[in-house]
Design a protein around this ligand. Structure first.
Ligand code: NAD
Ligand code: MN
Length: 348
C-alpha cells in the first residue's frame, strides 16, 4: 500500500473526544506506516435527531469503496424506543459483514517483561443472536406481550469459531473456551456449542488446530469464574449478547472500560472501536480516557499486518499506565484527555 485510507466515525458523546486522540496517535507513527488519508464520516443519534438519519448512505459508501479500515467512536442509543431510529453501529457491522468482534482484555504487568495477570480475548459473534432485532409487541387479554427472535446459524457459528481458533493458535496458551447456556437453550446455544466444538475436525482446517485446547463454560458460571480466577481464560468465544456482557465485565478486572479496545473484523475490512459507549455522564468535560480508542487504532493496525507500528502504540500506552503519573479519573488520576494523549505521543 502507498496510502492507508482510514474512515473516522466519531459519532456521539465521548466518541468525539477519543477518536481525534486515536488519529493523533496514528499520525505520530510517521514512516512506520504508509501515507495516511483520513475520511471524516457521519453517524450517530445526534445526527439522527438533527437529520432523521443515523447512518447516511454516504458513510457506508465511502467505507466500502474508499477506505482500507475505519475507527468508530460510540453511539448514544436511547433505552426507549424512538420511531425510525436504529443503532448505526449494529447496522455497520452487518453492512460491512464485520462478523467478529475481537476484544482483548489484558492487565499491564508492573514490570515491562512481566506476565499480565489477566490476558484474555473475548471473541464475540457480531451479526446475529438477539441483535437481529426482530421484536414484536402484541396486546393480549392479560396485558402486553413482547417477543424477540434469537438467531443462531451454523454458518455464523462456524466462522466465528474459526476466528477464535485462529487467534488462539497465535497465543502461548492456545486455549478456546466456548461460552453458552445450552443447558437451558439447547437448540440455539446447543447449535453454537456443537458447531464451534466441531471446527478443528473440519476438512478444510486439516489438523491446523490440533494444538489448540477446547474448554466450555456456561455463561453465568463463566462470569463468576472470570471474577474469581480470570487467569484461567485465554480465548473466550461467545454468541453476540453474552460476548457483549462478558467483555464489559472483563473490563472491570483491568481497571476501566476506558482501557479496553476492540476491532470489528470481517474477511476484507476492519473497524476499530473502543468497547465503551458514549459515556454521557462525562461527555464534553475533556476527561474521557482516550487509551481504549488509541489501543483500538493499534488493534486495527495489527489486523492490517502493521505489527511493528501496533507494537509501538501498545508499548507507549502500557508505559503511560505503568508509570501512573498521567491518568484520567476512571483510573484514579487527575489528568485530562489531552494530557494523556500528549503523554502517549511523547513516548511515540
Ligand atoms: P458507557 O460505556 O458509555 O459508560 C459506562 C461507564 O463507564 C460510565 O460511568 C462512563 O463514564 C464510564 N466510561 C466509559 N468509557 C469511558 C472512558 N473512555 N473514560 C472514562 N470513563 C468511561 O455505557 P452506558 O453509560 O451504559 O451507555 C451510554 C450510551 O452509550 C448509551 O446510549 C448506550 O447505548 C451507548 N453505548 C454504545 C456503545 C457503542 O457505541 N458500541 C457501546 C455501549 C454503550
Ligand atoms: Mn458493551
Amino acid at each position: 500500500r502507498k496510502t492507508l485510507r482510514i474512515g473516522l466515525i466519531p459519532a456521539d458523546g465521548i466518541g468525539r473526544e477519543v477518536i481525534p486522540a486515536a488519529r493523533r496517535a496514528l499520525e505520530a507513527l510517521g514512516s512506520d506506516l504508509p501515507k495516511l488519508e483520513f475520511h471524516n464520516l457521519l453517524a450517530g443519534f445526534d445526527l439522527f435527531t438533527r437529520t432523521g438519519t443515523a447512518l447516511p448512505r454516504e458513510t457506508v459508501e465511502v467505507l466500502k469503496n474508499g477506505c482500507d479500515a475505519a475507527l468508530f467512536g460510540a453511539v448514544s442509543s436511547p433505552s426507549r424506543k424512538v420511531a425510525g431510529y436504529s443503532s448505526p453501529i449494529v447496522a455497520l457491522r452487518k453492512e460491512l459483514d464485520l462478523y467478529a468482534n475481537i476484544r482483548p482484555v489484558a492487565s499491564v504487568a508492573p514490570d515491562p517483561k512481566g506476565k499480565p495477570a489477566v490476558d484474555l480475548i473475548v471473541v464475540r459473534e457480531n451479526t446475529e443472536c438477539l441483535y437481529v432485532k426482530q421484536e414484536t409487541l402484541t396486546q393480549t387479554e392479560s396485558g402486553k406481550e413482547a417477543r424477540a427472535t434469537r438467531l443462531i446459524t451454523e454458518y455464523a457459528s462456524r466462522r466465528i469459531g474459526k476466528m477464535a481458533f485462529e487467534l488462539a493458535l497465535a497465543r502461548p496458551r492456545k486455549q478456546v473456551t466456548i461460552i453458552h447456556k445450552s443447558n437451558v437453550l439447547s437448540v440455539t446455544d446447543g447449535l453454537f456449542r456443537e458447531t464451534v466444538r466441531a471446527v478443528p475436525q473440519l476438512p478444510e482446517v486439516a489438523g491446523r488446530f490440533d494444538s489448540v485446547g477446547i474448554a466450555e463454560q456456561i455463561v453465568d458460571s463463566a462470569v463468576y469464574r472470570l471474577f474469581r480466577e480470570p487467569e484461567i481464560y485465554d480465548v473466550m468465544v461467545a454468541p453476540n449478547l453474552y460476548g457483549d456482557i462478558l467483555s464489559d465485565a472483563a473490563a472491570a478486572l483491568v481497571g476501566s472500560l476506558g482501557l479496553v479496545p476492540s476491532v470489528n473484523a470481517g474477511d476484507s475490512f476492519v473497524m476499530g472501536e473502543p468497547v465503551h459507549g458514549s459515556a454521557p455522564d462525562i461527555e464534553g468535560k475533556g476527561i474521557a480516557n482516550p487509551l481504549a480508542a488509541i489501543r483500538s487504532a493499534a488493534l486495527m493496525l495489527r489486523h492490517l499486518r502493521y505489527e511493528d507500528a501496533a507494537d509501538r502504540v501498545d508499548t507507549a500506552v502500557n508505559d503511560v499506565i505503568r508509570e501512573g503519573h498521567t491518568l484520567t479519573r476512571d483510573l484514579g488520576g487527575k489528568s485530562s484527555t489531552d494530557e494523556v494523549v500528549e503523554a502517549v505521543l511523547r513516548r511515540l
